[in-house]
Design a protein around this ligand. Structure first.
Ligand SMILES: [Zn+2]
Length: 348
């Protein structure tokens, strides 16, 4: 009988350190505790769950996710997508173990690790300490607000929403709006400048493009160069847990949320930041809440249509307040415009 086993020294093949076999097959091997881990070839693995166990007579693999595993030859067969014969041939050649078989000319090559789904990026969250060091009211928006509201109230709002000040393009009074999610993780920080000249028609309106600090910090080396930032969340989302019983007021721009909280502090003001956030996934943190949605003048129909599709998510009410208050020909009229109009007549 000339069985496959007689052509190969399977005892020696199964004694090749299994971490070395994985490396030679092109896998990344990481040490965690006493064991090593790599991607499991038996299932669609994106986070290494195959443990490679070595030492004192042990040399095998076991997957903590799908439960499969085996000895060196079994691992090589599965990883290389080989027959028993092919796996033994490759192992013998790769690690210099003599065989009696002829076939050295057709050495099998391992196939790339099978990946069926795109690997989800590992997101970078920004350390809270980097937000804390920016918190201040020395920015152009707070300067505008202090002409309309009590400075102590503005200080309080900046503290709660973690508003900050940042220097960009030679100007030290850009306003920082951190995007902190319900788990308290900082997803990114939006940076914007406002016209703080009280005699300007654009007073308290943004007068320059917006920036994202995560990207700026990745470019200047304060965060990893290859950082991938998660999707933005609702502005003020981190306050939901702090005020579990308050009625929520939802507006589009963070500036409107700040004006809102100063004028009507009994409501918890949140902002979507942009229209792309008007979807179930982004509004999930509002689950079970009473929410009054206050769209800008021209967005009442769109917001109404969207929240009507989410009756199970929260108790939404859409207010057409801005449209009712808007002067003729001002389609972008928002809650901040309204409050400015009311308060500017008698500045604080
Ligand atoms: Zn597995």
């Amino acid at each position: 009988m000339n069985s496959q086993h007689e052509q190969f020294d399977t005892v020696r093949l199964n004694a090749i350190p299994i971490t070395e076999v994985a490396r030679h097959l092109g896998e990344t091997v990481r040490k965690a505790g006493v064991n090593h881990f790599t991607l499991c070839p038996w299932h669609d693995d994106h986070h290494p769950s195959l443990s490679l166990v070595e030492g004192t007579g042990k040399n095998y693999c076991h997957c903590f996710s799908c439960g499969k595993g085996g000895d060196v030859i079994a691992y090589a067969m599965q990883r290389g997508q080989w027959t028993f014969q092919e796996a033994c041939l490759w192992l013998s050649a790769e690690f210099g173990i003599p065989t009696t078989t002829a076939g050295w000319n057709n050495l099998p090559q391992p196939k790339p690790h099978p990946v069926t789904k795109p690997v989800e990026p590992v997101y970078t969250y920004i350390p809270m300490a980097m937000v804390d060091e920016l918190v201040s009211t020395e920015n152009s928006l707070c300067r505008c607000l202090m002409r309309m509201f009590h400075p102590a109230a503005v200080e309080g709002a900046a503290e709660e929403y973690r508003l900050g000040s940042y220097t960009l393009n030679g100007q030290d009074d850009y306003t920082v709006f951190p995007c902190i999610d319900e788990q308290g993780r900082v997803r990114n920080l939006k940076v914007q400048h406002y016209d703080s000249d009280p005699y300007s028609a654009r007073f308290a309106h943004s007068d320059k493009s917006a920036y994202w600090l995560g990207r700026i910090w990745a470019d200047n080396g304060r965060l990893p160069k290859d950082a991938v930032f998660p999707q933005a969340c609702l502005f003020g989302e981190h306050l939901l847990a702090r005020y579990p019983d308050n009625y929520v007021a939802l507006v589009e721009s963070p500036k409107n949320a700040i004006f809102g909280t100063l004028a009507y502090p009994q409501l918890l003001w949140l902002a979507t930041g942009n229209k792309g956030m008007l979807k179930r996934e982004a509004l999930l943190p509002l689950r079970g809440r009473d929410v009054i949605v206050i769209p800008d003048c021209d967005a009442v129909e769109e917001w109404t249509r969207i929240v009507e599709g989410l009756p199970d998510l929260a108790n939404f009410t859409v207010s057409d307040f801005c449209r009712r208050q808007a002067p003729e020909g001002q389609p972008k009229f928002d809650i901040a415009d309204y409050l400015q109009q009311q308060l500017w007549a008698q500045p604080f």
